[in-house]
Write a protein that binds this ligand. Structure first.
Ligand SMILES: Nc1nc2c(ncn2[C@@H]2O[C@H](COP(=O)(O)OP(=O)(O)OP(=O)(O)O)[C@@H](O)[C@H]2O)c(=O)[nH]1
Ligand SMILES: [Mg+2]
Length: 193
């Protein structure tokens, strides 16, 4: 797949989601894991999705139309400690509601930072996706921050913790532009279903 165009469509803040005929793939993961950066990397654009070193940057659901053919959906991150408890619950519900009710959702990419052991929330999210029979792929991010040996070691830890195999994982670095073809091939497969 070649990326010919990418444009911001809309942001939504409640469960009146943007509805369209386009197939969707969505990106979830803890705050700061690199979701917005990954979307920019996928579409070869620096600032289409807003990335920030401040966790909790993306608090809305953002839709990006690619090749006038399918949507990339940037979801709010979970696990950001400084969000109040009430807000956290709302976010959780908002996320779950979107994931459960989006009829055009073809795949969810669950992002994990290569340097971290998956958290209880990551595991909970994965279980939630399996339970709701949503096609899911794990993407590890920021592999530029570790040596090759460390990456391989961390991959083992992550896979055994989540009960998945190495083949279920897409290995990426938005910074070093690693994993682009694997991401595009995977997205292409799901949006053409
Ligand atoms: N070294 C490195 N840093 C990265 C990479 N991808 C993202 N980052 C950094 O990680 C931080 C968070 O990136 P974002 O893309 O904003 O993360 P996010 O998951 O969208 O965060 P929220 O919107 O808060 O949920 C930023 O400082 C990025 O520059 C990567 O591949 N390598
Ligand atoms: Mg973001």
């Amino acid at each position: 797949m070649v990326i010919k165009s990418a444009e911001f469509v809309t942001s939504v803040a409640d469960t009146n989601y943007y509805k369209s005929d386009y197939n969707e793939v969505a990106f979830v993961g803890r705050s700061n894991v690199g979701k917005s950066s990954l979307i920019n990397f996928i579409v070869n654009r620096k600032k289409l999705a807003r990335a920030s070193s401040m966790p909790g940057k993306t608090t809305l659901i953002n839709y990006y139309l690619v090749n006038k053919q399918f949507l990339l959906v940037d979801l709010p991150g979970y696990g950001y400690a400084e969000v109040s408890k009430g807000e956290k619950t709302n976010w959780g519900e908002f996320l779950e509601e979107y994931l459960k009710t989006s009829e055009k959702l073809k795949c969810v990419y669950l992002l994990l930072d290569i340097r971290r052991t998956p958290t209880a929330q990551d595991e909970q999210m994965l279980k939630f996706l399996y339970f709701n029979r949503i096609s899911t792929k794990v993407v590890v991010t920021k592999v530029d921050t570790l040596s090759k040996a460390q990456v391989s070691n961390q991959l083992q830890i992550i896979c055994s913790k989540l009960g998945i195999t190495r083949r279920d994982v897409i290995v990426t670095s938005s910074q070093d532009k690693e994993g682009h073809k694997d991401l595009l091939d995977s997205i292409e497969q799901f949006v053409n279903q």
